[in-house]
Structures are given as structure tokens and as C-alpha cells.
Design a protein around this ligand. Structure first.
Ligand code: ADP
Ligand code: ASP
Ligand code: MG
Length: 406
């Protein structure tokens, strides 16, 4: 039996395995790590564009369909990438074992398309490693209690990686992607965004929940729970990226660490709605049963009656509209606003400073950007705005809070 010194979980995102040349590049990189004494456990996403292509195919038949067949379809992308990666590793003289969720015992609950990992069979991975093989695990998928294939939500391969790292008590968990680090804003939107060398779990969690898709929210949540350090880094460059670490190891707490955004947002307005919490409980209960994720909710009242507005991801809009019109279509008028976006500022340092919300609203106001909905917590301020104002808002807020790279 071979004893291993450092077990490192390495997750490769869609762009990193987006072509045969890139898969070969990943395989060469893994080989180098093995030669340097590491014992890798690889997790891979589907090749870039593949999950979207599969969603498109299902949508051509029924864009509202969700359930078993949908998850089985979406999970197929990862089967292709792990097999190709295993072939590329074997070509390089390494032994590799591609593994689907059912083979590895990645057990989840039964919430299709948004399943949560409940357990991972760590003995199986350890056994494969001890046989001198590299496990190549399909990210994003699991199986429920009745062995049906589930998926973890878009971007969920990150969560597979951290769940495995926690289960086998890996020495570290590296997330390889198409950017070299977590930045102070999405570098695609804010050209002056700068790299953040270390981030606390709570900040990264807030960023992820506010739309920073560089890491899946649940992966950071799990990492915090099991104290797994995440190293987010580039697949294409060899340098270090961002370390996501416990509070006590983070270096500094700037007032605002990052500007984040969620481009694909919609707002639903309902009028008139009955007063009191009974209607709200009924409505949000029905939406939750349909697995619709509701974000910011506001109510207002004038002499004409009670209004309700809430934001939600564009991907859940059709489903939500369907649920609402079936349940209350004859009693309330439904207005849907598409082409909305959410812009947020995040920072644990905000807790100790006043005037942050003022500066946020002032920037939007100076740039004539209207706000539909607002929400705040002690470490974030968020607003729903028109999508066409998103770039201005993100860049101006980035400058206002001193985040621009020099
Ligand atoms: P992968 O396929 O490797 O999982 P993703 O597309 O899920 O990659 O995540 C990487 C992308 O996240 C980047 O290309 C970038 O555009 C986006 N992103 C959003 N916010 C940030 C941020 N704050 N820092 C870095 N990247 C970000
Ligand atoms: N392939 C899945 C997606 O595109 C999971 C992932 O990439 O993490 O969402
Ligand atoms: Mg991702």
C-alpha cells in the first residue's frame, strides 16, 4: 500500500476543460503535480458551453420542465469531460479512474436541480488513491436516496470539490478557473478590478450569494463549516491566486472589499394584494414548493391598496409567473419587469463605519440610476436597477470605495 503525503483536491471549471487542447494541458499539469509528490483528487465540470447546450435542448421541448429527466440530462456533460481527462492522464502514463456520483456515493437530498450533498463515501476515494490511481470525479452531480441522479445548481462542481475535500480531510482544495484570482469586481465588467490575495469565508459567501459566480455559494458555506482552505487560481498561469480562509487568518478588513452584480434578474409586482401575512405565507409557500428562489421583497400601501414587489433570477421567472397566475391570476394584476440587475457592495469592515449606504445611494443618484428594490445587512448593500445602468453603477461604485487598481 502506498502512503501519500499531500492529498490535494483540484477542481477544473468548464473553460479549463473546454477543448481537447485544454484537457491535455490540465493532464500535463496534474502529471507535474504528481511528480512533485502530490496525490491529486480531480473534480471536473462539463466542457464550457455544454451544460447550456443541454438546457437549450430541453427548452426546445418544454422550457418549464424540471425534475428527474432534467437532472439526468444536465449531469451528462461531466461524464464526457472526466472520461476525456482520464484518457489524457493514461496517455501520460498515469493511472486514472473516472467516477460518476453513483460510483462514488455522493449522496444528496431530492431537490432536483438544487440538491444538497449529504455525504460522500470517503473510503472509496481513499482506496482508489491507495491503489496508486487518480480519482477523476464528475462535479455537479449526486444521487438521492432512491439512486436517482440529482444536480447541485449551476456552478455546483465547486461544491463537489469542497465536499470531497471535507470528506477525505484533504490537505487543500484548489479551484482552477479562467481568472487568476477573486477580484474586487467581475473583471469582465470592471476593467480596474484588482486581485484580492486573501478573503474571509463570510465575505466570499456574501459575494457568492450576491452573484459573484467565481465560486458556488454552497462551496464556500461548506468550506467555512469544515474549515477547508480554498485556493482559487488560474488553470493557465502557475502563480498563486486567492486564499479563502477563516477569519483569524485574513489580513485586512477594508470597509468595502468588492462590488458584485447579478445580471439576470427580474422583478414581479403584484397589485392589489390582501393585507396581512396570510397572503405572503401562501404565495411564498407556493413559490418555494416550485423551487423558485425569491430574493428582495418589499411591500407598500396607498389609498388604492397594497402592493407587493420581489426580485428573482431570470431563470425562475417563467416558473414563478406560472405559479402566480394559476393561484391568483383572477384576483391580482401581475407586472413583470425583465432586464433588471442587482448591484451590491460587500465588506466586513462596513460593520464599523457609518455613511456607507449614503455613499452607495449617492453614487447611483449622481449617475441618474433609478432603484427598484433595496436591501442591506451589516456587511452588504444591494439594489435592483435597470440592466443598462449596470456597468456604470459597478464602475462608479468601485471607484467610490477606493477599489480601483492603480
Ligand atoms: P468555471 O467554469 O471555472 O467554474 P466560472 O465561469 O464559474 O468558471 O467563474 C469564473 C468567472 O467568474 C470569471 O470568468 C469571471 O468573469 C466571473 N467573476 C464574477 N465575479 C468575479 C470576481 N469577483 N472575481 C473573479 N471572477 C469573477
Ligand atoms: N457544468 C455545470 C454548470 O455549467 C456545473 C459547473 O460548471 O460547476 O453549471
Ligand atoms: Mg464555476
Amino acid at each position: 500500500m502506498k502512503t501519500q503525503s499531500s492529498i490535494v483536491v483540484k477542481k477544473f471549471g468548464g473553460t479549463s476543460v473546454g477543448s481537447i487542447a485544454r484537457i491535455e494541458n490540465v493532464a500535463s499539469r496534474i502529471k507535474e503535480d504528481v511528480e512533485n509528490g502530490q496525490s491529486p483528487v480531480v473534480v471536473s465540470s462539463a466542457m464550457s458551453g455544454e451544460t447550456n447546450r443541454l438546457i437549450g435542448l430541453a427548452g426546445e421541448i418544454d422550457s418549464k420542465y424540471r425534475g428527474e429527466a432534467y437532472d439526468m440530462l444536465l449531469a451528462s456533460g461531466e461524464q464526457v469531460s472526466i472520461s476525456l481527462l482520464a484518457i489524457a492522464l493514461e496517455k501520460r502514463g498515469l493511472k486514472a479512474e473516472p467516477l460518476l456520483a453513483y460510483q462514488l456515493g455522493i449522496k444528496t437530498d431530492s431537490i432536483f436541480s438544487k440538491a444538497r450533498i449529504l455525504s460522500v463515501d470517503h473510503e472509496k476515494i481513499k482506496q482508489i488513491i491507495s491503489e496508486g490511481k487518480i480519482p477523476i470525479v464528475a462535479g455537479f452531480q449526486g444521487i438521492n436516496q432512491t439512486s436517482k441522479i440529482t444536480t447541485l445548481g449551476r456552478g455546483g462542481s465547486d461544491t463537489t470539490a469542497v465536499a470531497i475535500a471535507a470528506a477525505i480531510k484533504a490537505d487543500s482544495c484548489e479551484i482552477y478557473t479562467d481568472v487568476p484570482a477573486v477580484f474586487s469586481a467581475d473583471p469582465r465588467l470592471v476593467k480596474k478590478a484588482r486581485e484580492i490575495p486573501t478573503l474571509r469565508y463570510d465575505e466570499m459567501m456574501e459575494m457568492a450569494s450576491l452573484g459573484s459566480k467565481v465560486l458556488h455559494f454552497r462551496c464556500v458555506e461548506l468550506a467555512a463549516k469544515y474549515k477547508i482552505k480554498i485556493h482559487l487560481r488560474s488553470t493557465f498561469e502557475k502563480r498563486e491566486g486567492t486564499f479563502i480562509v477563516p477569519e483569524e487568518e485574513a489580513m485586512e478588513n477594508p470597509v468595502v472589499s468588492a462590488v458584485t452584480h447579478e445580471a439576470l434578474t427580474a422583478v414581479i409586482k403584484l397589485f392589489p394584494v390582501p393585507k396581512g401575512s396570510g397572503f405572503l405565507a401562501d404565495l411564498f409557500g407556493k413559490l418555494s414548493e416550485a423551487s423558485v428562489v425569491v430574493d428582495i421583497i418589499t411591500q407598500s400601501h396607498n389609498e388604492e391598496g397594497q402592493r407587493l414587489a420581489f426580485s428573482l433570477p431570470m431563470s425562475d421567472l417563467e416558473l414563478a409567473r406560472d405559479v402566480i397566475s394559476k393561484a391568483y391570476g383572477d384576483k391580482v394584476s401581475i407586472t413583470v419587469m425583465e432586464d433588471k440587475a442587482k448591484i451590491s457592495i460587500v465588506g466586513v469592515g462596513m460593520r464599523n463605519y457609518s455613511g456607507v449606504a449614503y455613499r452607495f445611494f449617492n453614487v447611483l443618484s449622481k449617475n441618474n440610476i433609478d432603484i427598484d428594490l433595496v436591501t442591506t445587512s451589516d456587511i452588504k448593500v444591494s439594489a435592483i436597477i435597470d440592466k443598462e445602468s449596470l456597468s456604470d453603477a459597478a464602475n462608479q461604485l468601485h471607484t467610490e470605495f477606493g477599489l480601483d487598481a492603480t
